[in-house]
Design a binder for this molecule. Structure first.
Ligand code: PMP
Length: 399
């Protein structure tokens, strides 16, 4: 008997599995719409100019790499707070937000999950149905029972808002509710401000704990518009969690730049919460890495680079929107008679296309167009060159 004889093979990550299948496909016209990555009009992962310029600035004055503080670069945490909560906002002036640098948005979620588990070990976690596939695993792994609240309404091509509210109303006090702040992954359907107001009221009335996952700020309507839900939660006076990811908005996927912010009732509680977040970090990976957060801090706090970033982010956002419109037009031109206008109402990188698993499999095997079996396609991977073939393929399986 060897030490690892009883170890079972873990199931493959479905999206990475799809990538492997894509890489092995010899079809020269293949298109990968499976991954959650923004590609530019040439099908390339962009290196943003603001990032390259910040890196050039950093290289011109190279620094030794000591350990960072456990909660990361102070200027980075401050820049994150100002972006998420608004520079000069009352909650920041009152020192009521604890923010720590994290290993991407995933890291922010995990620090929050570990802290919450210590705070309220019996709490359940509710995630949307469907949700980013790692939400369930991450909170499970932190020791929570994870259940879902209704979200996607396939027949309505939208959100089952009544069902969502009913589930929140039925949840026990202390239940952690994971909410997508904007650009819902995977469906692309976001709540309206009026619907958010009802969610905020319900969270407050039922004593729930809101955990806002903000992985796509700036990819929906704009930086402020996408962050508006944070202002709604602030106005409610609730304590809540926000995880931030810069993977997409800075195209810095591999640098693992994110954060966790916890809004507390008083400055004193904030200091205590921060001390506990630091213990979670210290006992997991001690302290975060330097490079990516320094890039983001430099860009966000240097006015010219900040403007460049906002312009480049707007460029990505508008290109995605243009691709949504072009896809709908091309599908109509290819003879699709179903109403597909919902694709242009969806926000962010993804579209729940409404295609069945069987149709998605046909897209792969017959046309080399790779999306997820749930029907999710990454519209941020479309460009003028691959779009006609994608539309033809989708039209063929829709007929
Ligand atoms: N939350 C959601 C909703 C996401 O879609 C993603 C990334 N796809 C993340 C969190 C994780 O982001 P990161 O890569 O920065 O860890």
């Amino acid at each position: 008997m060897t030490l690892f004889a009883a170890v079972e093979m873990a199931p493959r990550d479905p999206i990475l599995g799809l990538n492997e299948q894509f890489n092995a496909d010899t079809n020269p016209a293949k298109v990968n719409l499976g991954v959650g990555v923004y590609y530019d009009e040439n099908g390339k992962l962009p290196l943003l100019k603001c990032v390259a310029q910040a890196e050039a600035q950093m290289q011109a004055d190279p620094k030794a790499r000591g350990y960072l503080p456990i909660d990361g670069i102070a200027a980075y945490d401050k820049a994150v707070q100002e972006l998420v909560f608004g520079a000069g906002s009352a909650v920041l002036a009152a020192k009521r937000v604890a923010t720590v640098q994290a290993l991407g948005g995933t890291g922010g979620l995990k620090i929050g999950a570990d802290f919450l588990k210590r705070l309220n070990p019996a709490a359940k976690v509710l995630i949307s149905d469907p949700s980013w596939e790692n939400h369930r695993a991450l909170f499970n792994n932190a020791g929570f029972t994870v259940e879902t609240y209704p979200y996607y309404d396939a027949a309505a091509r939208g959100i089952n808002f009544e069902g969502m509210l009913a589930a929140l109303n039925a949840a026990a006090a202390g239940t952690v509710v994971v909410l997508h702040a904007c650009c819902h992954n995977p469906t692309g359907y976001d709540l309206t401000p009026a619907q958010w107001a009802q969610v905020v009221d319900t969270v407050k009335a039922r004593g729930l704990v809101a955990f806002l996952d903000m992985a796509y700020q700036g990819f929906g309507e704009g930086i402020a518009e996408d962050g508006a839900v944070i202002q709604q939660f602030l106005a409610s006076g609730l304590d809540f969690f926000v995880s931030t990811s810069f993977s997409k908005s800075f195209s810095l996927y591999g640098e693992r730049v994110g954060a966790l912010s916890v809004v507390c009732a008083t400055a004193e509680e904030t200091t205590k919460v921060l001390s506990q977040l630091k213990i979670v970090i210290r006992t997991n990976y001690s302290n975060p890495p330097t490079h990516g957060a320094q890039v983001v801090a430099t860009v966000l706090s240097t006015p010219a680079l900040r403007q460049l970033w906002e312009d480049e982010l707007a460029g990505m956002r508008l290109r995605i929107r243009a691709m949504r419109e072009a896809l709908v037009k091309a599908l109509q031109a290819a003879g699709v008679t179903q109403d597909l206008s919902f694709v242009t109402r969806q926000k962010g990188m993804f579209s729940y296309s409404g295609l069945s698993a069987a149709q998605m499999q046909r897209l792969r095997s017959e046309f080399g167009v790779y999306g997820v079996d749930s029907g999710r396609i990454c519209v941020a991977a479309l460009n003028e060159k691959n779009l006609p073939a994608v539309a033809q393929a989708m039209a063929a399986v829709l007929k």
